[in-house]
Design a protein around this ligand. Structure first.
Ligand code: G3P
Ligand code: MG
Length: 240
């Protein structure tokens, strides 16, 4: 059978600043209120975390448990959508809010353990069905190679970034294996050499989570294309 080569995506154009979980310095993370706050504070895009409920509904939530953000001692993967607090948006509700606000989005695929591929497939199916043509195309990211691989297989048209806390020796082979054109790297272990290697190799570099103005300027000085921050207004001002 004829094997088509994988689609090679052009590097995605990201804004200089993306609001982390909305604007979590000012509003409860990953909520519609947080997305509104991010927009109000000048962000053109937000980053969100997407995972699945017990009944397979994609929702916006960072942790596997509802304990820290909702005060409920229960796992998301064991909770059906109907039993989640109303403040937790479904991915579809978040997308509708982005359309209303004109926000772009870095969709982090944040699977509960064992649901890496499934979460990615449901997320990209939702994007295909609901993502508005009026908004810039989203960026998918994940710490999980398996999630990015499943996203690539199911919907190769969405740009992908490999998320890492630390580059490691194998970052480039991992990124290439899932057709990622971006690297989303944690600020703590980012070095000037690492940033240079990423940029020389032609990847779009985003760095998280940077809330200090001086640090943001230094990281942009290393070649970063985008800063992911809890306080978009502070970092937009710092980079002006
Ligand atoms: O996507 C950047 C950042 O959100 C990754 O870490 O734990 O905040 O999802 P985390
Ligand atoms: Mg995240």
């Amino acid at each position: 059978m004829l094997q088509l080569p994988p689609i090679k995506l052009p590097p995605i154009k990201l804004p200089a600043v993306i609001g982390h979980r909305g604007a979590m310095a000012y509003a409860p993370e990953n909520t519609l209120a947080s997305f509104r706050e991010a927009r109000k504070r000048g962000a053109a895009w937000v980053e969100i975390d997407v995972k699945l409920t017990a009944d397979g509904v994609p929702i916006v939530m960072h942790d596997d448990s509802l304990k820290r953000t909702m005060g409920i001692d229960r796992l998301v993967a064991q909770t059906p959508r109907a039993e989640l607090p109303a403040e937790v948006p479904t991915f579809e509700q978040a997308i509708a809010c982005f359309l209303e606000l004109g926000l772009g989005c870095n969709v982090e695929i944040k699977p509960s353990e064992g649901r890496e591929a499934e979460t990615a497939r449901v997320a990209v199916e939702t994007l295909r069905r609901c993502w508005p043509a009026a908004l810039p195309a989203p960026l998918l990211s994940s710490f999980k190679d398996e999630s990015l691989e499943a996203a690539q297989k199911a919907a190769p048209e969405f740009a992908r970034a490999l998320l890492v806390s630390e580059l490691g020796e194998d970052w480039r082979s991992r990124a290439d294996a899932v057709g990622a054109t971006g690297m989303n790297v944690g600020r703590r272990k980012l070095t000037a050499e690492g940033a240079l290697a990423i940029k020389r190799a032609g990847y779009v570099l985003s760095v998280w989570t940077v809330n200090d103005p001086e640090e943001a300027r230094a990281i942009v000085g290393m070649g970063a294309d985008c800063i992911i921050t809890d306080a978009p207004d502070v970092i937009i001002r710092a980079l002006r």
